[in-house]
Design a protein around this ligand. Structure first.
Ligand SMILES: C[S@@+](CC[C@H](N)C(=O)[O-])C[C@H]1O[C@@H](n2cnc3c(N)ncnc32)[C@H](O)[C@@H]1O
Length: 235
């Protein structure tokens, strides 16, 4: 395991209780609604939707997504993966009334998925990977999609204001003192910033468009960006 991977795992293990108090912002919820929720509504209702969340944390989005499907009278099976054993322990507790969900500790760079999925989504996780690693993860999971299935990545973009502030935080270390919006981050959270480099969505889309049999869409949702990669359905 690389130094970066070990550091991210250790940080999320040690901050798992702090992160448990987190809930999504209105803008993040919008990004979920305009990607995952919209896509799920396009699926045929006669079979359970098979979904996977990569880097599921303590299960926030899995629970919300299953709740939406349940409210629509839809069934699903949901796989959640995360490298942090502590976050997976909390996710198992958080999802204890959700038998359709299975969560496992896994490093996304080593995990070899099996089975087929209608939807795979990755929220605020690509920020821990290099561009080459992001492409590797996308290609690994694209191969597991049913025709018409999709992968949705949501994160802040490399060239967004948030990313530029993050880069300044990494270099100066004390940006939180100048920037009121960062004051709520404790010194412990600042360490997480050191491990983040936001993904370049346009570059990802450009590289993916070279592959046959997929469509690629990039959208802005306030400070978030999404990449949706769809495997073409048979004609
Ligand atoms: C910012 S959190 C996002 C969690 C969740 N997607 C959410 O939006 O609530 C990033 C998550 O990515 C996980 N992660 C980072 N590197 C990973 C890797 N190599 N394999 C699996 N999970 C990883 C972390 O443990 C952490 O839970």
């Amino acid at each position: 395991m690389s130094n970066q991977r070990a550091r991210v795992e250790q940080l999320y293990d040690s901050l798992s209780e702090d992160y448990r108090k987190w809930s999504p912002s209105a803008h993040f919820s919008d990004a979920h609604a305009q990607t995952v929720s919209l896509f799920l509504r396009t699926l045929p209702a006669n079979a359970p939707a098979r979904i996977a969340e990569l880097g599921c944390g303590h299960g926030t989005w899995l629970k919300l997504t299953i709740d939406e499907l349940r409210a629509a009278g839809r069934q699903c099976t949901a796989l959640g993966l995360d490298v942090s054993a502590e976050r997976i322990r909390l996710a198992r507790d958080y999802l204890k009334d959700y038998p359709e969900a299975r969560v496992e500790k896994a490093d996304l760079l080593r995990f070899e998925p099996s089975g087929e999925f209608e939807l795979v989504y990755v929220f605020e996780v690509f920020q821990y990977f290099t561009h080459a690693e992001q492409l590797l993860i996308l290609r690994t999971w694209l191969a597991r999609l049913v025709p018409g299935g999709a992968i949705v990545v949501v994160d802040k973009d490399r060239w967004s204001r948030h990313s530029l502030l993050c880069e300044a935080q990494k270099r100066l270390g004390r940006l939180d003192i100048l920037m009121g919006r960062f004051r709520r981050f404790s010194a412990r959270f600042k360490e997480v910033y050191q491990t983040i480099t936001y993904p370049d969505f346009r570059r990802l889309a450009r590289d993916l468009r070279r592959s046959d049999g997929i469509s690629v869409q990039v959208q802005r949702h306030h400070e978030f960006t999404s990449l949706t990669v769809r495997r073409s359905a048979p004609r």
